[in-house]
Design a binder for this molecule. Structure first.
Ligand code: ADP
Ligand code: MG
Length: 719
């Protein structure tokens, strides 16, 4: 089989991503290589695919013991024989792996760097055809994540001289690359540096006011999707996770201060979609190959652009839209500056932080700026960052600027941003009164502008170089030479119009509505996700290992009805076609019937692969209705066939839902209905009667609907 056939057969993809094919050709020719690709760029393919075409085993060195099992599970789900070897395994498990290795039954073996010595005794030089060193920056003390165990890897080239060695990392820096090659004794290795552009990531920066409320609104748009929220400190991770959890989100905190076992379980549950959101410090994320992370939020400002880019790269690995949101606050800047000031190479760190700040404040295309940091230059604006998407309108703000600058001048450049705003707005708080600034001429000169708008205007003025923050002088604002020109030579100033909150909300709503393109049948997509979850639970896999979001979206827009059509879907290889094809086709067939017929009941049928044992009699009346429903019959049709009332059928479905959760009732009762009914249900619960509720709503809801609501409310309150 050639490499294109293997790509389709095992991974379900039709084409290679940029550079993958050239790299694979070189790997197959046993060349040593240094590969730099952004996070999510598709590095693993560069050694996984050739491993299938080479004689012996491919060793993959990876620093992340906790994630090896996932990586191996993913490969196995694609029908590839893979194993791992690390210190988390008990002796018998290790023996088992060694046995498989001896019998030449493994194409890939993942090994922790600490365990490599142990393994060497069991390998003849000719057994190994390829060595892949993932996260290779860990070998260099110049990289940002040095691991001492990686320095043992220099022996690999000596032990297996005939095997090709491929080092892979997302760290772009040239000096680090040279160091990696030297340490691995592959100085001659050709370098491949892929583009760092990840066009599917929407980049957005917002001012950090009222962050919690902003995050809440944002999360509404990404209901039921996976995401990471990076926070600066351990405490803020925990606090944010607690708040979001009390608001009903599925969320956990993760940081290095938590007990090891707890952390592993959070990671595992996140990978399996059992926890949707993780509030984490930067300790979280390296090596998590979860492809369906839909958003990354930086609740606080990152220290530098390298870190920021790696973190946002964890979103949207499947290549479909994902959102990177950064909150920008001056308080964070000040804190980070203090951290940087305390460290050894503070100059470098402060300079890097400064670049980060410039990125956050940019009024031009953010992606161009970001990529220029990695020495990559886009020809055009990207069209997928907040600046490109909402080019601000500017207005003549000379008078506003003069008021602010004159206040700074009269306060003798001895006030911070907050105090300046208070003085402009004529506030009477203790800080103002103690400062004595209530007597200056500009005190209260800017009452007509809200506090938040002042803040944004002044930040813009800082960005334009009219004001400077003196970090070493209590963050006081200072005038620049340009400010003098505005104050004394009447030079004009333009500032961007600040959108009104309702405009922002409308824009966000619009974005939310557009988050699934119109080609995707939304209720089918929802049904597919449920089915994926069922299968993942049955097989103890992470949902994305069953199928990625990209695959489900492709199904939901093309609605395949035959095996041939299904095979054509992106991400469907031979192995997965055999394992899941039929189950998914059942669902699309059911959906297709609905579409052709009754539009009011666009029910998604999620028929479980293996029928669960039912406790009751072999075929009870509930199951009869449920099975007809699964077959795609409408409530009316079932009612007619069984000569039962439609309300009774609804009750059957409700019962089944409560016990097994495998019928989709969204088409029959909405969450708004439930919200309306719930308080009444509670107040009449004692009487156990529906009549008063029925009467209360004047017949708006049928008895069947109310009974259904009752089941659902009970199910959710007892969960
Ligand atoms: P990283 O470079 O961060 O290690 P991965 O190897 O984890 O990235 O790949 C990221 C995602 O891209 C995975 O979900 C993988 O299946 C997918 N991918 C890799 N190659 C291709 C391809 N040629 N076509 C489509 N998707 C691909
Ligand atoms: Mg990787």
């Amino acid at each position: 089989m050639n490499k294109h056939d293997l790509l389709k057969k095992h991974f379900g993809y039709d084409s290679f991503r940029p550079l993958q094919e050239q790299i694979i050709n070189d790997v197959l020719a046993h060349k040593d290589l240094m590969v730099v690709m952004p996070t999510g760029g598709g590095k693993s393919m560069c050694f996984q695919l050739p491993s299938l075409m080479l004689e012996g085993v491919t060793l993959v060195i990876s620093p992340l013991i906790a994630l090896m099992k996932d990586q191996v599970d993913s490969l196995r789900a694609n029908g590839i024989t893979a194993g791992y070897f690390n210190s988390s395994q008990v002796g018998t498990e290790q023996q088992e792996m060694l046995q498989l290795l001896k019998e030449h039954q493994l194409k890939l073996l993942y090994v922790a760097p600490e365990s490599i010595q142990l393994l060497l005794h069991h390998l003849k030089p000719t057994d190994v055809s390829l060595i892949a060193i993932d996260e290779a920056h860990c070998i260099s003390t110049w990289g940002h994540d040095f691991r001492p165990a990686y320095t043992q890897l220099a022996y690999l080239k000596k032990s297996f001289p005939q095997a090709g060695l491929i080092a892979l990392t997302a760290t772009a820096d040239r000096a680090t690359r040279a160091d990696i090659k030297m340490q691995l004794a592959i100085s001659h290795a050709q370098e491949y540096v892929a583009s760092f552009d990840r066009p599917n990531l929407t980049l957005e920066v917002r001012p950090g006011n009222d962050r919690l409320a902003q995050v809440r609104r944002f999360l509404k748009k990404y209901k039921d999707e996976s995401g990471i929220i990076y926070c600066l400190s351990r405490k803020s991770c925990e606090k944010l996770a607690e708040k979001l959890s009390s608001l009903g989100f599925s969320v956990a905190a993760y940081h290095a201060g938590l007990e090891h076992r707890f952390r592993e379980s959070v990671q595992e549950q996140f990978i399996k979609d059992e926890i949707k959101i993780v509030c984490a410090t930067i300790a979280f994320g390296m090596g998590i190959d979860k492809s369906n992370v839909r958003f990354v939020i930086h609740y606080n400002m990152p220290k530098n652009i390298e870190g920021y880019y790696q973190e946002i790269g964890r979103a949207g690995r499947d290549g479909i839209d994902a959102h990177a949101l950064l909150f920008h606050s001056y308080a964070d800047m000040i804190q980070l500056r203090n951290f940087a000031g305390d460290s050894g190479n503070s100059d470098v760190q402060i300079a890097k932080l400064e670049r980060m700040k410039q990125f956050a404040e940019a009024l031009t295309c953010r992606r161009r700026m970001l990529l220029s940091y990695f020495n990559e230059y886009l020809e055009k604006d990207c069209g997928n960052c907040d600046v490109c998407l909402n080019k601000p309108d500017f207005f003549n703000a000379t008078l506003i600027a003069q008021k602010a600058l004159s206040a700074v001048y009269r306060m003798k450049e001895n006030a911070s941003l907050n105090l300046l705003i208070d003085v402009l707005r004529g506030a009477q708080n203790a800080t103002v009164l103690e400062s004595g600034f209530q007597s200056i001429k500009t005190y209260g000169a800017g009452r007509e502008i809200s506090w938040n708008n002042w803040q944004q205007y002044i930040i813009q003025m800082i960005n334009q170089g009219l004001l400077e923050i003196a970090f070493h002088e209590y963050n006081h604002l200072k005038l620049t030479p340009q400010a003098q020109a505005v104050l004394f030579e009447n030079q004009s100033v333009e500032l961007a119009v600040i959108p009104k909150p309702e405009e922002l909300a409308a824009r966000q709503k619009k974005a939310a509505d557009e988050s699934l393109p119109s080609t995707i049948n939304k209720d089918l997509y929802a049904g597919l996700r449920k089915l994926r979850m069922q299968i993942a639970t049955q097989e103890n896999l992470a949902p994305y290992m069953v199928f990625s979001d990209a695959t489900l979206k492709d199904i939901a827009s093309r609605i395949p009805l035959t095996i041939d059509e299904f095979e054509d879907i992106t991400g469907v290889g031979k192995h997965k076609l055999d394992s899941y094809g039929e189950t998914f086709l059942n669902l699309t067939a059911g959906y297709n019937m609905m579409r052709d017929g009754d539009f009011t009941y666009r029910i998604v049928v999620a028929k479980p692969k293996k029928k669960k044992k039912s406790n009751g009699p072999k075929k009870d009346t509930v199951m009869e209705s449920v099975e007809l429903y699964w077959e795609g019959k409408t409530i009316e049709e079932i009612s007619e066939m069984r000569t039962l009332k439609t309300d009774t059928i609804l009750t059957h479905l409700g019962k089944r839902y409560v016990s097994h959760k495998d019928v989709n009732l969204d088409a029959h009762i909405s969450s708004d209905d439930l919200k309306e009914i719930e308080p009444l249900y509670k107040s009449y619960q004692q009487e156990n009667a529906l009549k008063p509720i029925f009467e209360h709503f004047n017949g708006k809801y049928s008895y069947g609907k109310l009974r259904l609501a009752m089941y659902l409310i009970e199910a959710t309150t007892t969960e």
